[in-house]
Write a protein that binds this ligand. Structure first.
Ligand code: PLP
Length: 394
C-alpha cells in the first residue's frame, strides 16, 4: 500500500508550479517574447559578485573530500558563528552559535520547527492570510493543524482580532512572514507590538509559550522601509531564514533556524530541533554553501531590477485601473482581481500570455499575485497585455 496523502501531494502540483509549467509550454508554441510569466518567485538578479568569487576561490583552494563531505548534523561552527555575529552587528541580537541549526532553506527550517513544537494535544499553528500556500503542507504533514486568520484586505497588515479568535490552549505557534509573500507588506512595529501583547497574555493564560515562527526569506528585500527585528518585540520568536532570495541561491538549498537568547525552554527546543532535523533527514546542510555563508554574511543581491519593476508595474497598473497596496518589500504585487473572480481573470489572462497566480491558495480569493522577479524588458512588454486583460472585465 502507498501513502495516499503523499500520493496526493506528489501527483497534484501546486497551482503556482502548474502555471509555470504551462508558461514553459506556451513559450515553445508562441515564443519566449510573447509570454509574460509572473508566476514563480525565482530570483531574476544573480548572486552578488562577492559570493560568485568566493565560490570560485573555495572550489579551487579547498581539499575536495572536506569540501564535499558531511558537516556536523547541525552545521559547521564557522557558519553558525558568522550568522550569530552578523545578526548581532545588524540588530544587536543576542544569539549563541550553539542555538543555530543550518538547513536546506526556509522550507526545511519551517518543517523542522513545526515538528519540534508539536506536542501531545498542543498542535495548532495559526497563519495570517494571505500566506505562502506551502505552510499548509509543512504543517499538516508534520503533525500540526493549520488555522487561517482572515486577511485585513484594507492594508494586508496583521489582523489581531482575527488571530485572537483562533488562539486556544492547543495553539503552539503563529507563523508570520514579513516582508510578505504575496502582499509585499512589511508588518508595522505597531501591529507586531499588538501581536506580542496578545501572545504574552495568551501564553500566560494557557500556561505554555506560544511561539512566533518568523519566516524571513525576504528580510533583506526592502525598498526603503525598515523590517522590525521581531525577537526585540517578542522574545519567544524562532527565526526561520533562507538565502534563497537574499543571495539569489534558491537552487543551492541553504538557510538556518536561530533561537535568540530570550526564547523559552531554549535548550529543550534546540534539542527538539536537532531531533526533528534528524527524523526528517534534514541534517548536514550542504557543506560548500555553509562555507559561502561563513564568509559572505551581510551580502545581498543587487535589488535594482526589483525596485524598478515594482515602481514601473505599480505606476502602470494603477493608471490602468488595477488596485493594490504599495509593496515595501519582497518581489510581489497583490492585485485585486478586476471583476472579483481571480481564477476566471487568471484563465483569461493566460490567453493573452500573461501568467498571474490567483490568491485562492494564499487564503485570499479575489486577488492575483504578480511575481515581478523578471527582467525589466518583460515588465515593459507585458503592459499592453495587462491593459487588454482589464478591458475584458470592465
Ligand atoms: N517561505 C516563503 C514565504 C517563501 O516565499 C518561500 C519560497 O518562495 C519559502 C518559504 C521557501 O523558501 P526556500 O526556497 O528557501 O525553501
Amino acid at each position: 500500500m502507498i501513502n495516499s496523502e503523499m500520493y496526493r501531494l506528489g501527483s497534484a502540483p501546486s497551482s503556482i508550479r502548474e502555471l509555470f509549467e504551462y508558461g514553459r509550454k506556451l513559450k515553445k508554441e508562441i515564443g519566449d517574447e510573447n509570454v509574460f510569466d509572473f508566476s514563480l518567485g525565482n530570483p531574476s538578479t544573480p548572486p552578488p559578485q562577492a559570493v560568485l568569487s568566493e565560490m570560485e576561490r573555495i572550489l579551487t583552494e579547498s581539499e575536495p573530500c572536506a569540501l564535499h563531505g558531511y558537516s556536523s548534523a547541525q552545521g559547521d561552527l564557522a557558519a553558525r558563528k558568522a550568522i550569530a555575529e552578523d545578526l548581532s552587528s545588524r540588530f544587536g541580537a543576542k544569539i549563541s552559535p550553539d542555538k543555530i541549526y543550518m538547513t536546506c532553506g526556509a522550507a526545511a527550517s519551517l518543517c523542522i520547527t513545526v515538528r519540534a513544537l508539536v506536542s501531545g494535544e498542543n498542535n495548532e499553528f495559526i497563519v495570517q492570510a494571505p500566506f505562502f500556500p506551502e505552510y499548509r503542507v509543512f504543517t499538516e504533514n508534520n503533525g500540526g493543524k493549520l488555522l487561517v486568520a482572515d486577511a485585513d484586505t484594507e492594508n494586508f497588515e496583521l489582523n489581531i482580532p482575527a488571530i485572537e479568535k483562533l488562539i486556544n490552549e492547543r495553539t503552539q505557534g503563529i507563523i508570520i512572514n514579513s516582508p510578505n509573500n504575496p502582499s509585499g507588506v512589511i508588518y508595522s512595529e505597531r501591529s507586531l507590538n499588538e501581536l506580542a501583547s496578545l501572545l504574552t497574555e495568551k501564553s500566560k493564560e494557557y500556561g505554555h509559550p506560544i511561539y512566533i515562527i518568523s519566516d524571513e526569506p525576504y528580510r533583506e528585500l526592502t525598498y526603503g522601509k525598515r523590517v522590525p527585528y521581531i525577537p526585540d518585540i517578542y522574545p519567544d520568536t524562532v527565526i526561520c531564514y533562507s538565502y534563497s532570495k537574499s543571495l539569489s541561491l534558491p537552487g543551492e538549498r541553504i538557510g538556518y533556524i536561530a533561537l535568540p537568547n530570550g526564547v523559552s525552554d531554549i535548550d529543550e527546543l534546540y534539542f527538539a530541533i536537532c531531533g526533528a532535523g534528524r527524523s526528517l533527514g534534514y541534517v548536514c546542510a550542504p557543506t560548500f554553501m555553509q562555507k559561502i555563508v561563513a564568509s559572505c554574511t551581510g551580502q545581498v543581491s543587487d535589488l535594482t531590477v526589483y525596485r524598478k519593476n515594482r515602481d514601473n508595474l505599480y505606476a502602470a497598473l494603477t493608471v490602468m485601473g488595477y488596485s493594490c497596496v504599495v509593496p515595501d518589500g519582497a518581489f510581489y504585487l497583490f492585485v485585486k482581481a478586476p471583476g472579483g473572480d481571480a481564477v476566471k481573470f487568471s484563465e483569461k489572462a493566460k490567453e493573452l500570455g500573461l501568467l498571474l497566480v490567483p490568491g485562492d491558495p494564499f487564503g485570499c480569493p479575489g486577488y492575483l499575485r504578480v511575481s515581478y522577479c523578471v527582467s525589466e524588458e518583460t515588465v515593459r512588454r507585458s503592459l499592453p497585455a495587462f491593459g487588454r486583460a482589464i478591458d475584458l472585465f470592465q
